[in-house]
Design a protein around this ligand. Structure first.
Ligand code: GLU
Length: 198
């Protein structure tokens, strides 16, 4: 179990403060690590570490992020110790795709071995990290982000709530779920949220 919170807006609002406030309300779902990513000017900005949200916030200023789209995650580790490197979000080799995940990718070891053989660099011990690398592979084949996600989930076994950002898509979060909870909240024409709990 873990907490996912995402926000994408066209309003002039402090994206980091909203991401932090949202993920704090989900801390009951997982509290060994926390991470936030935002997208701004074609770059991903990531802060993450092991520890309770308030402790990590004191060190890293989790309310300070540029841009209009952000994802936040509070982890309850299933694969890989609760460390900074295993904290979510996880990214692909080129740091263009960021993923937060609630659940377990059961066949991640097989997928990881294949990806390593194809030259991918893994940084964490998590099951989750296969997701951004698999998406990268599909995008290389010419699929767009959404279709890549649809394709790779055909080969991923297990449960997931996933929220995904791409460096070239400043107004988009892609979410998908199977067994794990994920809800979407819409302020029409302004701001859209996703979260693992209403
Ligand atoms: N399986 C993932 C991990 O261990 C996600 C765990 C969770 O749902 O908090 O990092």
């Amino acid at each position: 179990m873990c907490g996912i919170f995402g926000v994408v807006t066209n309003q002039d609002i402090p994206i980091g403060k909203i991401a932090l406030e949202g993920i704090k309300r989900l801390e009951y779902r997982g509290y060994d690590s926390v991470g936030i990513v935002s997208q701004f000017n074609g770059k991903l900005f990531i802060k993450k570490d092991a520890g309770k949200i308030d402790e990590v916030h004191k060190k890293l200023k989790l309310d300070d992020f540029p841009g209009k789209v952000a994802l936040a995650h509070t982890r309850w580790a299933t694969h890989g110790a609760p460390t900074k490197i295993n904290s979510h979000p996880h990214t692909n080799c080129t740091n263009e795709i960021a993923v937060v995940h609630n659940g377990i990718i059961e066949n991640f070891m097989t997928l990881k071995k294949e990806l390593i053989q194809n030259g991918h660099n893994f940084r964490s011990d998590t099951d989750t990290e296969v997701i951004p690398h698999l998406i990268e592979e599909k995008m290389k084949e010419g699929f767009d982000l959404k279709d890549s996600i649809i394709e790779i989930l055909k080969i991923c076994k297990g449960s997931y709530g996933l929220a995904i950002l791409h460096v070239n898509m400043p107004d988009t979060i892609i979410v998908v779920r199977k067994e794990s909870p994920l809800v979407i909240g819409i302020e029409p024409g302004k701001t859209t949220y996703c979260a693992s709990d209403i």
